[in-house]
Design a protein around this ligand. Structure first.
Ligand code: SAM
Ligand code: SF4
Length: 358
């Protein structure tokens, strides 16, 4: 692992429970950004593209044509200037996402430059995994510490029906990442009633055998409104109920790898060869879900979003290109962070997830 002096240290292979993992311990202290509700906001999700080589049915609406023009995408320089300004305000945790970030040609340069910033403590990447097999070593070298890989099904036809892609490539990517020894590799599965319900147990067995945390994510209304009345909506508590009848669930109260919003459990059952660490992200049905929200989002076309589930955005691209106050825009976004999302009331997806960045 690189420390601030650029020397090589022994990697810490151990993912410890009861503390945050995947963080660089020696990043300097700086200002901190606290919002109107007392939450420390120090995490930025940076989307580097609104394009993708898959087309997950919950992320990209059918026939979607609202792509940002190439010129409107932030350049590598603009992304790094934005992240640097955020570090000055105390942001420490960065996750690069998309669309599919690994289809961007200068992705390694972007990651390297974010990791090289003295304020960067954690660098993560969210990916569909299809291109990880070829890139795992370069991603690790570029500074990525934590990898989130989407995996909605193991069965090839089910995976293809949901994503349009080839699960064999994803599984090869996960194997390559595991061999490379990333500090955290998390698997993400969106809960889709009637589509991938029969995949949950095989996915749990797969994750347990590889000792990779698996997170189940409630469908969010990011391509359509009224997700609660969507027949595919499956709340996390329903899966927890099912699993409690299929084995033993033990809450891991202080386990929070990668600083995300999931609640974790260890799950064991007679039918498993290894226990599995399971996370549950219930943005719609978990009470006080937003109480610990610590993040802002930067879209590929340069809009700062205080909240995934509210419409407000700040046009950082114009500020970057017009010589304005970048840090001031971040401060405004922190100040504008609402207490909670509006997924259950007035939110109507204008920008789908693919154009926001998950
Ligand atoms: N392409 C990468 C991937 O698939 O992981 C990164 C971007 S993707 C938008 C980030 C995450 O958002 C994925 O885990 C995906 O499953 C999740 N996601 C997308 N749309 C969603 C929705 N409507 N509800 C819940 N999760 C969603
Ligand atoms: Fe692409 Fe990821 Fe969205 Fe699927 S979830 S369409 S892989 S950006």
């Amino acid at each position: 692992m690189k420390d601030h002096a650029g020397t090589i240290c022994e990697p810490d292979e151990q993912i410890e429970r009861d503390k945050f993992v995947g963080d660089r311990a020696d990043s300097p202290t700086a200002g901190s950004s606290i919002d109107a509700f007392g939450r420390t906001v120090d995490y930025l999700r940076v989307s580097v593209t609104d394009r993708c080589n898959e087309r997950c049915l919950y992320c990209m609406p059918e026939g979607y044509k609202g792509w940002a023009q190439r010129d409107d995408h932030l350049s590598a320089d603009e992304i790094v200037r934005s992240v640097e300004a955020a570090t000055v305000l105390g942001f420490r945790k960065f996750r690069v996402t998309g669309g599919e970030p690994l289809i961007r040609r200068d992705i390694l340069e972007i990651l390297e430059r974010i990791w090289a910033l003295p304020g960067t403590q954690t660098l993560g990447l969210s990916t569909n995994g299809t291109r990880v097999a070829a890139l795992a070593e370069s991603l690790k070298r570029a500074g990525v510490r934590s990898l989130n890989v989407s995996l909605d099904a193991l069965e090839p036809a089910t995976y293809r029906a949901i994503t349009g892609g080839d699960v064999v490539q994803v599984l090869a990517g996960i194997d390559a990442a595991a061999a490379e020894g990333f500090e955290i590799i998390k698997l993400n599965c969106v809960l889709l009633r009637g589509l991938n319900e029969t995949e949950f147990e095989p996915l749990i067995a797969y994750a347990g055998e590889r000792n990779l945390p698996l997170r189940f994510i409630e469908l969010m209304p990011l391509t359509q409104g009224n997700v609660l009345s969507d027949p595919r909506f499956l709340p996390v508590h329903e899966l927890l109920g099912r699993l409690s009848r299929r084995g033993r669930l033990e809450a891991l109260r202080d386990y929070r790898p990668g600083n995300g919003p999931a609640r974790y459990y260890e799950f064991n059952a007679a039918w498993l060869s290894h226990p599995a660490t399971l996370g549950f992200i219930g943005a719609l049905t978990t009470e006080h879900f937003c109480a610990t929200c610590n993040k802002l989002r930067l879209t590929a076309d340069g809009k700062l979003r205080p909240c995934l589930g509210r419409h407000g955005e700040i046009d950082l691209r114009s500020i970057l290109r017009g010589g304005g106050d970048i840090a001031g825009a971040f401060q405004e976004a922190v100040a504008n962070k609402p207490e909670s999302h509006e997924f259950l009331s007035t939110y109507n997806p204008g920008r789908p997830m693919i154009a926001i960045g998950g």
